[in-house]
Design a protein around this ligand. Sequence first.
Ligand code: GUN
Ligand code: FE
Length: 436
Amino acid sequence: APTREKLEVLENVLIRVDEHGVITDIHPAGDSMRTLVEAELGDRLHRLPDGHYGLPGLVDLHIHAPQYPQLGLALDEPLEVWLQKYTFPLEARYADLDFARERYTALVDDLLGTGTTTALYFATQHEAATKLLADICIEKGQRALVGKVVMDDPAACPEYYRDDSAETAVAETRAVIDHIRSHPENGAGRVLPVITPRFIPSCTDEALTGLGALAQECGCHVQTHCSESDWAHGHVLSRFGITDAAALDSFGLLTRKSVLAHSNFLTDEDMDRLASRGAAVGHCALSNIYFANSVFPLRHALEKGVHVGLGTDISGGPSASMFEAVRTTVQSSRMLAEGTDPALLAEKRGRPNSAIDLITAFHLATAGGGVALDLPIGIIAPGYRFDALAVDTNARAGAIRLFGETDPTAIFEKLIYGTTRANIAAVWVDGIERTP
Ligand code: GUN
Ligand code: FE
């Protein structure tokens, strides 16, 4: 889905990928060049078996790697309680690198197995465990962006789990950036560093200022949470007298490579601000049901020119699957949409023109994530990285069953609504098979 609302189906094509993982040319059946290319490729040609369908790899634009062990747990509390009661105690345990290694290894395998070829990760406050997560992604070949979480404000973060000072937080962020950029096996830059203030409530002004300056200096990606819940949104308003997005901008944290998770309560001016900076929203439809009690006005943001991709928000969202994120994006947009009965419209139920179709949601989970990150991923076309997966509709254990459908749109719909990990036969990143 290279653009919104447009499904492009490549039937029986030959896709050639160079040694760097970049798609160089695509040949349909009957193309005179195709036979030549096939002969040249010889046994390096990989054929998808009957009943297998290729899709571009999925881009998870917001995920907390350390929270994977509590996926599906403890969703009964509001955000500010959930953080203190469950999440900070869990994340604090990643000071133990053996604990971290076991869990991060399982996560990266499971995400690759579910078709997530790119992930924008929050790690933990710890420098060493953050480096370890980056090392595991490099070893397993997942495209990843990894950030050490900054949380230095004693008013919001417990003593057992916070940065010692703004200065050490910025210095450790810098150390992680250097580690990732100079890693001997990361020459291709498949793993990238990210400046990661957890959210404004967890950071002092000094930390936010230091990270904003670092972002300008090193040109890295930036990620944080923005206007997620009424509480988080209200905290920033009362602390600075301006919105979350405006405050982030004032610290130099809104750049072309910034991703703001959630952003449910953006004003129209905030959206204009994001659009003018080229910053993106990481839309987490499933998590928003739990912590925001709200639906992000996605169509409105798209119409205002804001870049948007989708995220699972593990473990604020209880599913690791980006297929699920696509489904929930469609479903929650329908809940925001207006009623069709004129009497209900008069009651102002819903927000007109909010519904998002399946193709647009899939576009956001692939190409949209690529635009948000400013990376050539998410589309099967020359110049893009070959990040892809193959769905096997013959798999007995899977949820997809085709009954002779031949219409490509129908097959696409069944794939997106039905695919589980059991259906995913192969996963490639940069043209290299990485199926766990
Ligand atoms: N805001 C600050 N930290 C977090 C987190 O870990 N998860 C979510 N969903 N929101 C946050
Ligand atoms: Fe989050």
